[in-house]
Design a protein around this ligand. Structure first.
Ligand code: HEM
Length: 538
């Protein structure tokens, strides 16, 4: 039996050897070559691997997408301990540079600011969502002469001097929110503050841009629609949200496109309606002065339709993306035991800063309290609600520690990591309101990266600072913010875990409740009445 088997085996061996000689060897090498090419293709990136710069490990096709997971900011901060604070990352077929420390951001975003002036584009947001408007928000626009014009117009409308003329709008909107809280306290002891400050922020932007505001309650249909759509668009802009932007094969899955198209259609509807409303008011002669109105009415307008559209899209999205997250998470923190101490100090500092004035009105006019100014900076540093900022793209080669990073490379600022960098901030994971006190504003450079850094830094920073200063002062003057006795409804105070959509561009706080206890109901009612009287003609 074994002899027979040995004979069969030797027959096959000789057959195999003979067959492999020319034909099989060719097909073997052919298949191997195809496999190697496929592997190379699946690892290929738009920007080739950069020499002398560490790279995160990755797998074919997906690169480091699985490694970074949902919490890019926190995971990158951890990986930076092994790979250094600046590394290259392959996300599918695209290569990015991530900066994860305060110093690295300074080096790349500030020292190389003229090179880092552009922004990259992405399939989902730039090709699908923005197709019908034909324009992008400023924060998502690659650099061009046209973007330069639109940015200049927006920056002029949002500069320090201009913001000083918007104080009545901040008065009206902060009072509206505080008043509605006051009314709703009678119905429920514990309140989720989210909607109140989304309206605060959206209404100020709408007033500045279109000269209109939403005058419904926090459950107003249009308000909730704009908030829901802008929130989803914020998700779509999250770097970790759309794997189809890096793995083109995934675009064949229809769901990715239909979801983006659905939200695009909903956004188009209200953007058009705001615009038509303004045009009608101009025709009727009942329009209020506003950014879009000024352009439409100026026969020598320096902006074309596309540039105006870009400003309109920006104004609706910009404040909604960012302000409410900061306000709501700070309210959450103030309700905690440490927050009680902070509120007591805030209250006293506000009273001391405006000794001969009524603080309710005076806090709008001038930011006199150094403690509150420092508190606002700490809010922006600590929460870092845009934790990966908005992406940049280089327009020139950049030399970085022996590496040449070619023009056209996308850059990501890990704002959360840089703002929690222990080499820059003592006890970075602690909320310390007085952290920025005693640092002179002049010449101190960028003290935190809450508004980004360098050439494309937030154009709305003056307005946002003013809004934050006013709303925190007024909230503290009006209420003591306390924890709810219902433990399950209390907020999560971890800067990453508090986010309900970790892959979104901006922190979207998980729902929570706090208790607002009026300090002095009569005084509050009087302040509200006075502010409504002052702003009645707006
Ligand atoms: C707390 C509130 C806000 C925060 C934390 C914030 C943060 C940011 C950040 C991180 C960037 C990207 C900067 C960079 O690339 O370095 C940005 C861009 C921008 N922000 Fe803000 N922002 C806020 C409020 C606002 C408001 C209220 C407006 C206007 C109404 C505004 C208008 C803009 C614009 C136009 C850009 C794009 C600038 C450009 O690409 O040239 N922001 N913001």
């Amino acid at each position: 039996m074994s002899e027979k088997l040995a004979a069969v085996e030797s027959h096959f061996r000789s057959q195999l050897a003979e067959g492999l000689q020319p034909l099989h060897l060719i097909s073997f090498f052919g298949i191997a070559a195809i496999l190697i090419t496929l592997l190379r293709l699946s690892n290929r990136t738009d920007i080739p691997k950069i020499r002398n710069l560490p790279e995160l490990p990755g797998i074919p096709v997906f690169g480091s997408l699985f490694l970074l997971g949902k919490h890019h900011a926190r995971n990158c901060a951890r990986l930076a301990k092994t790979y250094g604070d600046v590394f290259q990352v392959r996300l599918g077929n695209r290569r990015f540079i991530y900066a994860n420390s305060f110093e690295a951001v300074k080096e790349l975003w500030i020292k190389n600011q003229s090179a880092l002036i552009s922004r990259p584009t992405f399939w989902t947001f730039h090709s699908v969502v923005s197709e019908t408007q034909g324009a992008f928000t400023l924060g998502t626009s690659p650099w061009s002469e046209s973007v330069k014009r639109a940015r200049k117009a927006a920056a002029t409308a949002l500069n320090r001097q201009a913001v000083q003329t918007y104080l009545p709008f901040i008065d009206l909107e902060s009072t509206t929110s505080i008043n509605e809280l006051f009314t709703n306290l009678k119905l429920d002891d514990d309140i989720d503050p989210n909607g109140y400050f989304q309206r605060f922020s959206l209404n100020i932007s709408l007033t500045l841009n279109y000269g209109i505001r939403l005058d419904g309650t926090v459950r107003d249909h249009l308000l909730t629609e704009v908030v829901a759509v802008e929130r989803e668009l914020g998700n779509i802009r999250g770097i970790a949200h759309n794997w189809q932007d890096y793995v083109p094969l995934l675009r064949l899955w229809p769901g990715f496109k239909t979801n983006a198209i659905k939200f695009r259609a909903r956004r188009d509807e209200y953007i058009l309606s705001f615009f038509n409303h303004l045009k009608q008011r101009i025709a009727d002669g009942t329009d209020n002065p506003c950014i879009a109105g000024n352009v439409l009415k100026d026969p020598e307008a320096k902006l074309n339709d596309r540039e105006l559209k870009s400003i309109c899209l920006t104004m609706v999205a910009a404040g909604l993306d960012t302000l409410p997250g900061n306000i709501n998470m700070t309210i959450a923190y103030l309700s905690s035991p440490h927050g009680q101490e902070i509120q007591a100090r805030l209250y006293q500092e506000i009273i001391n800063a405006y000794p001969n004035e009524d603080p309710w009105h005076a806090v709008l006019i001038e930011e006199k309290s150094e403690y509150v100014r420092s508190f606002v900076k700490e809010v922006l540093r600590y929460w870092s609600t845009l934790n990966l900022s908005f992406n940049r793209q280089s327009i020139k080669d950049i030399q970085y520690k022996g590496a040449t990073i070619p023009a056209g490379t996308p850059f990501l600022m890990n704002m959360w990591a840089a703002n929690h960098d222990p080499d820059q901030f003592a006890s970075p994971m602690q909320f310390i309101p007085e952290r920025f006190m005693g640092i002179s504003e002049a010449g101190a450079g960028t003290q935190h990266y809450g508004y980004g850094a360098g050439t494309r830094m937030c154009a709305g920073a003056h307005l946002a600072n003013r809004e934050l200063y006013a709303i925190f002062c007024r909230l503290v003057l009006a209420y003591q913010i306390k924890e709810t006795p219902d433990v399950k409804s209390r907020p999560i105070l971890d800067t990453i875990e508090c986010n309900s959509v970790p892959t979104s561009m901006v922190t979207q706080p998980k729902p929570f409740k706090v208790r607002f206890v009026p300090r002095d109901e009569k005084k509050l009612a009087k302040w509200i009445e006075e502010s409504f009287e002052k702003t009645a003609r707006l």
